[in-house]
Design a protein around this ligand. Structure first.
Ligand code: C2E
Ligand code: MG
Ligand code: MG
Length: 625
């Protein structure tokens, strides 16, 4: 209130009833007003002082907060610009709000390019590269989506830069349309992943797709097959390739395999799918063609191509191939079935003498079933010991007496009767049961032989698997010890295939056995692949000439000449020679003339049960007369 107005009010209050002004009252009113103002002023002065102090304290606090904020900002910038990944933040209008140094480096942008406010389109226009893959938005995983707004989404974008680098951006789009993205150089990762994927799907030696990849391709081809389309699957296996590896070394083997792959590649052309399934196994898938004519033509061509000699340095190597063919849909509409049936057809091609192809048939299937049954029965037979040993005399020609017996296994099948070893030994070898069977044969043969007169030997056949699947010297040692049989009375017969399987592994075992006094014979000599080279690889005590050589020595001059040459060869190498399969007096007479050491065959006696051995030993000497 203004002072004048206040004074007039005070004057009005000091007017008496008669209209005059009571001077004393007016003075009191004025003095009271002064006094009140005086106390208000003091109050105001005190308040102002308090305000000043508080203001001061607040200023201190604000400066501390500002300092802390600056510190945080500095730290944020250090972190942001030293992140190993690029970071960018765009607002809802697609304008850049924030980015770091790595972002600029990754996309080759200048500082000016990333000024706040630059649009995505501006930046894309400035980078040297282009987007390579744009994946459809993936919804976040449940774990993440619960933590963020429901319609946030994550996009992966990839940029192929002109300098060859690949940049990947993971963009999180927020519900308001703004986005946060991290960017990384994935060039090396991608290369490594591609290499790993390649290695996982290809055979490093030949560069052909491997079994896994091939299966995927077959799966895809079968899935896409049109109703009237036929798809042929060829399973190839090189014949006796193992012996090339064993005789010429693994690196030669590898070189030949590469050449084989090249020839198959050239024959199959680009429209067929090729693969290397295993060591010497290949496969071809032929689609969209007239079958079975086209696949037959293809098989013919491959057989011709592979029959041409292979060169390794100066050396020439001859090869042949066996093939099994299954055609979808007739022989199966699933990859597994088709592969299995081509494999079955392949084993038939091998069994039929190799160097050929076989188409899968229903009969093969039936035989396979039979084989499965036989395998199951064979397993049971091992448990139930349904085997028996028969003994066939080994006849010493100069002494005109039996000098030993070969143990030959027989299987007494509860339903099928007696099964020949030719019908179950190959199966037992294939499924590994030969290890248990072989151990049983060794023990039984040694214990039977221990009952025979001193000087009568026992010969036991040993399969290749027994050299790698078990500790053969230990099994032999245990069998001899259990029967208390002198080692020199035991002969082990091995075939060339035993040596062919793995010369390096077999030779030391043979030497160890020989050192213990056990005799080693080479069985079925002349039926193998390169008899002479195996003969020189080990000092055999004996070679047994296969019965196929003896059958017409009496009537055929060449056969006679070959027999004579082998006997002389054995003599020259200091090995005893036994001729197997002697069935007639004429053959015996001839072999006697050739100074053959020993014979074996029906003419002396067929294999007989163990209990007949004493009787066989008591028979008078056999002569040619
Ligand atoms: P191998 O070791 O060459 O045995 C000789 C085979 O020729 C025997 O056939 C025998 O019965 C037969 N044989 C003997 N004399 C004559 C003859 O004058 N004319 C004809 N045509 N054949 C004759 P078997 O007993 O059927 O055995 C066949 C093959 O099975 C054996 O050939 C041997 O490789 C294998 N084998 C037999 N027992 C065993 C065994 O215990 N273990 C292994 N791993 N293989 C065995
Ligand atoms: Mg034998
Ligand atoms: Mg033999």
């Amino acid at each position: 209130m203004k002072a004048e107005t206040l004074f007039w009010q005070q004057c009005a209050q000091a007017v008496t009833d008669d209209g005059s002004i009571d001077a004393q009252r007016l003075m009191d009113l004025v003095i009271a007003t002064y006094r009140r103002h005086e106390s208000d002023y003091g109050e105001i002065e005190r308040s102002a002082e308090t305000l000043l102090t508080e203001n001061h304290a607040m200023r201190g606090e604000i400066s501390a907060v500002t300092q802390a904020f600056d510190e945080q900002k500095r730290l944020f910038e250090v972190v942001l610009n030293n992140l190993p990944i690029g970071l960018s933040v765009f607002d809802a209008d697609q304008r850049l709000r924030l980015s770091n140094t790595r972002f600029r480096q990754l996309f080759g942008l200048r500082r000016a390019d990333v000024d706040a406010g630059a649009t995505i389109a501006d930046l894309i226009g400035r980078i040297r590269g282009a987007e390579s893959i744009c994946t459809t938005p993936e919804q976040r995983s449940r774990k993440h989506s619960s933590a963020r707004a429901k319609n946030d989404s994550l996009r992966r974008r990839e940029w192929q830069m002109d300098d060859g680098r690949i940049i990947q951006s993971m963009v999180t789009i927020l519900s308001d349309g703004s986005s946060i993205a991290i960017h990384a150089d994935i060039t090396e990762d991608r290369k490594a992943a591609e290499r790993i994927a390649y290695l996982a799907h290809h055979d490093p030696l030949t560069g052909l797709p491997n079994r896994i990849h091939f299966r995927e391709r077959v799966d895809a081809a079968l899935a896409e097959r049109k109703p009237d389309e036929q798809i042929a699957l060829v399973h190839l296996n090189l014949d006796r390739f193992k012996s090339i590896n064993n005789t010429m070394g693994a690196s030669t083997g590898d070189d030949i395999l590469q050449q084989v792959a090249d020839r198959i590649r050239a024959s199959a052309g680009t429209e067929n799918i090729l693969a290397r399934l295993g060591s010497d196994e290949f496969a071809i898938l032929q689609t969209g063609r007239q079958q079975p004519w086209n696949v037959t033509a293809l098989a013919d061509q491959i057989r011709r191509e592979l029959s041409e000699p292979f060169l390794h340095g100066e050396k020439q190597v001859e090869l042949s191939v066996s093939m099994g063919i299954a055609v979808a849909p007739g022989d199966g509409e699933e990859t597994d079935v088709l592969l299995k049936h081509a494999g079955v057809a392949l084993s038939h091609a091998k069994a039929d003498g190799r160097k050929r192809e076989r188409f899968f048939t229903g009969e093969m299937e039936a035989q396979m079933q039979l084989r499965h049954t036989l395998e199951a029965d064979l397993r049971a037979a091992v448990q139930k010991e349904e085997f028996e040993l028969h003994y066939q005399p080994l006849y010493d020609l100069s002494q005109r007496r039996i000098c030993g017996f070969e143990a030959l296994i027989r299987w007494n099948h509860p339903i099928r009767g007696r099964i020949s070893p030719m019908d179950f030994i190959p199966l037992a070898e294939e499924v590994g049961l030969i290890v248990d069977i072989g151990r049983w044969v060794l023990r039984r043969a040694c214990s039977d032989a221990a009952q025979w007169p001193e000087g009568i030997k026992v010969a036991v056949n040993v399969s290749a698997i027994q050299f790698s699947g078990t500790d053969l010297p230990q099994d032999v040692g245990e069998a001899l010890a259990a029967a208390s049989l002198t080692p020199s009375r035991l002969e082990l017969e091995i075939t060339e295939s035993v040596l062919m399987e793995n010369l390096d592994e077999v030779l030391p075992i043979l030497h160890a056995l020989k050192e213990r006094g056990i005799r080693i014979s080479m069985d079925d000599f002349g039926t193998g692949y390169s008899s002479l080279s195996y003969l020189s690889s080990f000092p055999f005590d004996k070679i047994k000439i296969d019965k196929s050589f003896v059958s017409d020595i009496a009537d055929n001059k060449e056969a006679h000449a070959i027999m004579r040459a082998i006997i002389l060869l054995g003599d020259a190498l200091g090995m005893r020679v036994t001729v197997e399969g002697v069935e007639s007096a004429a053959q015996l007479a001839l072999l006697e003339c050739e100074e053959c050491d020993e014979i074996q065959g029906y003419y002396i006696s067929p294999p007989r049960p163990a209990r007949e051995v004493p009787h066989l030993l008591s028979l008078p000497p056999k002569t040619a007369a």
